[in-house]
Write a protein that binds this ligand. Structure first.
Ligand code: UT7
Length: 329
């Protein structure tokens, strides 16, 4: 049975940097409050004249392909993960397929919010392990900025999220000691309403008469926080146990960048050192499905991921859904 390896990573960060002091001009908030509660100092917002969720994903994918020394024509399947697609339907995967100039390769959209990229990675891994495909593109891309309530009313959510895209090219290898060792996926729909966007919804009788407030994200921040700090360590331990490892064996944990305080909780409860955990939420905010591949690329570029390392990815978010992946690099 072939294994899947990450052959190349890419990202796209929109140019416009929005600092906490920029947000202070839009709503009643302070740099101090945001840094203290989330660790975030800045995020990037897309330019809607030129950026779209799909074309940001395509740019990240092209970089990942270049880093893998592959051409778009090598891609056999596309998995696109987002909660903020260009259109309500069709999904962004087909847009990427067109933008990459691929003829009729399959494209699948995954709507799992913060854990989307990990669910996508798991699906790609299964396709490769069964021999169906040899080269699969997994993309996470988000434009949050156009859907946030940037008035004081929406400040508990608006300060957290940022825009960006990340991508990974997965390829098949016959090396048994390298690649994705296992993935672990979970969900608990009874908490669906703790972090959600209601509209556009098929349950609204007259879809063009819904109030704009129902299009903004609603979040019970403390409930999300409480579950996140339990589920992250749990799903990381599940991946380690499955492969006969313990927390001290992790070379680098790359958690979904939800909130720096959540990452610090995980680090402390799992007794990991600073060198074992990668965080970049300070610069980008929470980019949902894009956060893990963006952080993974940055960690790689900074020399924090080396051949032979044991890399753990984990995510938790809206759904609730959560997931982990253990990779021998
Ligand atoms: O990928 C998953 C995505 N979501 C998360 O990871 C979120 C997890 N949760 C959190 O990160 C935290 O719950 C938040 C950072 C969102 C909020 O922190 P909190 O400590 O739970 O604050 P809170 O919502 O309980 O609000 C505390 C106070 C309130 O004022 P009062 O009622 O005490 O007077 C809020 O109105 O802080 C106020 N507040 C703000 N003040 C300044 C809420 N947002 C802001 C803000 N600036 N941006």
């Amino acid at each position: 049975m072939p294994n899947s390896t990450i052959a190349g990573l890419g990202h796209y960060i929109p140019k416009r940097k929005v600092t906490n002091s920029d947000l202070e001009k839009m709503m009643e908030t302070t740099d101090e409050w945001i840094v203290e509660r989330t660790g975030i100092k800045a995020r990037h917002w897309a330019d809607l004249d030129t950026d779209s969720t799909s074309n940001m994903g395509t740019k990240a994918a092209l970089m990942a392909l270049e880093n893998a020394q592959l051409a778009p024509s090598d891609v056999e399947f596309i998995i696109f993960c987002t909660l903020s697609p260009d259109y309500n339907f069709p999904g962004g995967g087909v847009m990427v397929q067109e933008q990459l100039g691929l003829d009729t390769v399959g494209a699948l959209d995954i709507r799992n919010q913060c854990s989307g990229f990990l669910y996508g990675l798991s699906v790609a891994d299964q396709f490769i392990k069964t021999g169906m495909y040899k080269t699969v593109l997994v993309i996470g891309s988000e434009i949050h900025s156009s859907g946030l309530d940037i008035s004081t009313r929406g400040r508990n959510v608006a300060v957290i999220f940022g825009d960006g895209a990340g991508a990974a090219v997965l390829t098949a290898t016959n090396q048994t000691d390298k690649g994705i060792l296992s993935t672990h996926l979970h969900s608990q729909g009874k908490f669906a309403e703790e972090l959600m966007v209601i509209e556009p919804s098929s349950t609204s009788r007259c879809r063009n008469e819904f109030s704009p407030e129902r299009m903004f994200p609603i979040m019970n921040g403390s409930a999300v926080f409480k579950h996140a700090v339990t589920r992250f360590p749990e799903v990381i331990m599940e991946a380690l146990a499955k492969n006969g490892y313990s927390a001290s064996d992790i070379s680098l944990l790359i958690p979904h960048q939800a909130n720096l305080r959540i990452s610090q909780f995980i680090q402390k409860s799992m007794k990991l050192s600073d060198d074992q955990v990668y965080n970049n939420i300070m610069h980008y905010g929470n980019t949902t499905a894009a956060s893990v591949p963006i952080a993974m690329l940055e960690a790689f570029q900074n020399g924090k991921i080396k051949e032979g390392d044991l890399i753990c990815l984990a995510a938790f978010g809206s759904g609730f859904t959560w997931a982990s992946a253990l990779i021998r690099w």
